[in-house]
Ligand binder design. Structure first.
Ligand SMILES: *Cc1c(COP(=O)(O)O)cnc(C)c1O
Length: 354
């Protein structure tokens, strides 16, 4: 607290990311990073972009990258927005689209950054409880609202809504903006980007941090009707005209072009996820069905924060949220087969199933 802070800053409760400790040999399964590096072509593109040109500001509209993303999803570049990580893209979306007279709606268990943006921008919100099985029940989202947002698959549950359900929601909610945060869509879901031409109030956000293994470069994007994208551009150009640096833009473009590598990495993570899920279940965990690069698991006989602490002692990091309804769960990022094996080995050492 400082007397120099503005009243709004005094009242913020910032998002707390998973830890990034500077210790070697950790099995880091706590922040949903990709266990594999980015495509070799991405590294090549970054090396090539690291030249004298760095003295110049980058293209403020990330034209080449927008064209690449538009091509990939069958959209026009005017339907694509690029930002410094999807967290920034989401922040701009909250500011540009959700400051309305009605409250924003999102699930009670979801990405914990959403209420943080609401406090930052003074947006009223109402949470809608997930059902007992942690599904998003869409019926309550048809009430009057100033916007709707949730991740698909949801975080930290990993549970996916099929595209028909997203479309049902769009049919029943035409007057406010619906943001689908597709941070994990590439691990088993179908993107709602195909619905953009039919629903002008749909904004789809994605990140290159997870499926494309570029968390360290901070690249996020949004896709939607040109009016929505223009709204985001107005905020961006009132905040930072150059959110994408030259190296990140080169990397992102190369990442979208190397589809083979991308597909191979996603397939490997999906295969590892299914194996890890069955191994955890064999140890007595209840594991939610996941379409993401992580599992959400509960052990009926042991305290989740205690398991997380014991794993940490053995150099294995997982995420535990001290939050109602989910304090009995662990969120475990899918690692390499060796990392997942190490997790199982340590868990076996805890004598969980006895
Ligand atoms: C990781 C994540 C993001 C943020 O991704 P960045 O592009 O790294 O900022 C957004 N939404 C959800 C649900 C996430 O899990």
């Amino acid at each position: 607290m400082s007397r120099y802070w503005s009243p709004i800053v005094s009242q913020l409760s910032p998002y707390v990311p998973g830890e990034q400790p500077r210790i070697d040999d950790l099995v880091k399964l706590n922040t949903n990073e990709n266990p594999y590096g980015p495509s070799p072509r991405v590294i090549e593109a970054v090396n090539q972009a690291a030249d004298d040109g760095l003295r110049l500001y980058p293209d403020p509209s990330s034209t080449l990258l927008r064209e690449t993303v538009a091509d990939h999803y069958g959209l026009t570049p005017q339907q694509v927005f690029i930002g410094n990580g999807s967290d920034e893209v989401l922040a701009h979306a909250f500011f540009a689209l959700f400051q309305q007279s009605q409250p924003l709606l999102f699930p009670d268990i979801t990405y914990s950054f959403y209420p943080v943006y609401c406090r930052l921008y003074g947006i009223e919100y109402q949470t809608i409880p997930l059902d007992a099985g942690f599904n998003i029940d869409l019926e309550p989202y048809t009430q009057a609202n100033g916007g709707i947002i949730f991740p698909n698959p949801n975080a930290p549950t990993g549970m996916l809504l099929p595209l028909q359900k997203i479309e049902w929601l769009l049919k029943h909610n035409r007057d406010s903006v619906v943001v689908i945060d597709e941070a994990y869509i590439d691990f088993g879901g179908e993107s709602a980007a195909t619905l953009i031409d039919r629903y002008p109030n749909l904004l789809v956000t994605q990140t290159l941090s997870k499926s494309r293994a570029l968390a360290g470069l901070r690249i996020g994007l949004a896709m939607g009707n040109t009016e929505l994208i223009e709204g985001l551009i107005r905020v961006k150009d009132s905040f930072n005209s150059y959110p994408m640096d030259r190296l990140a833009a080169a990397a992102a473009t190369a990442a979208f072009k190397d589809q083979d590598y991308f597909k191979q990495v996603c397939a490997q993570i999906i295969e590892s996820r299914e194996l890890l899920s069955s191994q955890l279940q064999a140890l007595g965990f209840q594991v939610l069905p996941s379409a993401a690069n992580f599992l959400f698991a509960h052990h009926p006989a042991r305290d989740a924060s205690d398991i997380a602490a014991r794993l940490r002692e053995k150099g294995v990091l997982v995420r535990h949220f001290r939050q109602p309804r989910i304090s009995g769960y662990l969120r475990i990022t899918i690692g390499t087969p060796q990392q997942n094996e190490r997790l199982i080995e340590v868990l076996e050492g805890l004598g969980l199933s006895t």
